[in-house]
Design a protein around this ligand. Sequence first.
Ligand code: WAQ
Ligand code: MG
Length: 716
Amino acid sequence: MRFSIKMRASARGSSLPSTSDGASSDHAESRDRADRHISGAERIVSASDIMRTVAELEHRAWTHSNGRPDDVVVSVHRVDEDEITHIPALTRETRHTQTVDDAHRAITEILGDEGIPTAEHALDALTRIRGMRGAMLLDADTGERRDTKDIRGVRVTALDNDMPTGADGAEEMSSSAAAKPYYCEALTLASKVQYHPAVCAELCISDDPEYTTGYVSTPGSYVRIENIKPAGSPQGGRVFLVRGTDNEIADCIDYLENTPVIVHGIPWPPQDNHTPNPGASDATAPDLPTDLTTFAEQSLAEWENKGLRRYPLEFSSAPTPHTTVSKSDTVLFSSSNYLGLSEHPDVIAAATGALKHYGAGTGGSRLTTGNFTIHTSTERTLAEFTGYDNAVLFGTGYQANGAILATLATDIPEAPSTAPANTPGMTIFSDELNHASLIDGIRMATRGNAEVHIYPHKKMEHLENALAQCSSPRKLIVSDGVFSMNGDIAPLPSIMRLARAHGSWVLIDDAHGTGTLGRTGRGIVEYWNDARRQDAGVNSSPGAGLPDDSDLRPDLLVITASKALGSEGAAVCCSTPVAEFLRNRARGYVFSTSSAPASVAATQAAVRTILREPERVHRLQENSLYLRNQLREHGIPLVDGTSDSTPIIPIFIGDEADAVRISQGLSDRGFHVPGIRYPTVARGRAILRVTTMATHTRDDLDRLVDALRDLMPHAT
Ligand code: WAQ
Ligand code: MG
């Protein structure tokens, strides 16, 4: 069973189209003409792709370059598989005609070769008509109008092509990912039109003023014609040149409007046979290098074709549990604003105060004229919070990781002569599930005499062997603190023990642990120290101090201000000499304008709020544990190895299509929970990634569980 989905977007009551063919006074017609057509598209898809496709077409309608519509109509029609006609794509080539005259000459010639004498008449009709939604049918021999629909024309519908819609690849499907490249739509339409025996040829000019390439199709071939109209002209339309009795033409119109067709073999990537312009002038256009815009279009189309193109949702209020996403009320289960600090009045007041005092921007890098009191005092606050001597602010976590890793690969020593040949001066040991910012930082670091060794996720025996066998004089272990897809925690005590035994430095990116882990939200070090305290049974004695945590401290602890702290930016916490080394050498620090005072002040206020209101951290941890327990209780499986202590709760789904369906079902019920699938996670291991916030109520959590029980067949 398939479904034909049609979208039409229009703006109300603007520009009346003009036509030399006269206008009907029929009410429907005049209402239709008063509406300005913005865009239309359609697909034929299987049941599991309906919601995704509807979302994609909606997105396209609301963001079309023709303008903002007032009305978007999307309709879904059931189609029996055996009603569908499968037809091959026309072959495609391009004529590089230089002028409108050349283009018209080329068209006249192509149609002449087919024995069609009415090219000029057809071109003339195309030049005069404007604002048609469909095509005019003209008699190929006499030029007379053969359809009766006047200004509407005949609209070709019920068609699609067999290019993949991305079932195999989208990263995240809650936002629509099923887009097909626009490029193939014209070829798909032309292939359908040409397939009917009454159609001899088609002429098409886009109504996009900037798109001056049109086409002429004849049986088996689709020839793109450049400069078919002057740039800037809104004139566009389609003419189908037909031959046949009135009955044959009626059958043709019925086929064009109603027969579902899937076109196979649309050429991909979008290349075609370049043929010389046979018209007035010279030879083949030279093979110029692709200009950037064309390159970007092709690349985007390819991305779209693989199902990887993403269209961001639009949030029109703060990332609080109850918010507005793409205009609908939504309960948010996907934000990293874990503690609700982005909207905390003290945080907002601090940001506003700094904005008023220092202004919007700093006007320089930290080393020149952009080092304000708010920067240095916030660095002190962050260092105290995490228990380090010093902290260095960066613009973002991505920037921090790149800058730090590249700088640690500075002045790499030579491997000793006793080491095996080709031993790199530095080896970086990296968990296979590390965040992209660490991976990219390692790429910068390994441009010189450093190599990377990727170890299986959290496999300490593997890491131990690799360290033991490594004779590089400089070693560095790099790991996420909390892994962003699995919601599990790096085995810090083992990592630190191995690092000491093998003389390695350690960098931990605690982006998701800052503010969420540990009894006061200080992150991964506190989390493991708490665990040690519990193991030792110190828990029971009130006021008992924490055991010394110095053996748990990585050399570099990267924290972020953009998640639990509700602001933006990042910092690395480390010893003062390491901080000074980075301040002097890290290019991402030296050559960046310092962060805006308002953001930095918000970060500082957020840390103070956590210290003053530790119950926020506890509420987050309680919410996370409660939701996990409720899910388990109702037979909703979590990903193996996920920790009970993190706010990232990965629900195991497995099948990609199921993940799409459930994520969409949740969205229909007013919850935002993204589905994550290959390539972000392994094939067949799709998940729903839920995140909790301290500000979720029990009711929010219970309602999510109820919705999931509704949508998951095995839930109880
Ligand atoms: N059925 C019949 N006619 C249509 C349809 C349809 N489904 N959609 C559009 N038209 C008519 C209508 O009069 C428009 O004004 C006119 O065609 C042009 O439509 O390979 O973008 O959507 O690079 O602007 C040519 C691509 C692009 C050449 C054509 O047409 C290439 C294009 P547009
Ligand atoms: Mg158009």
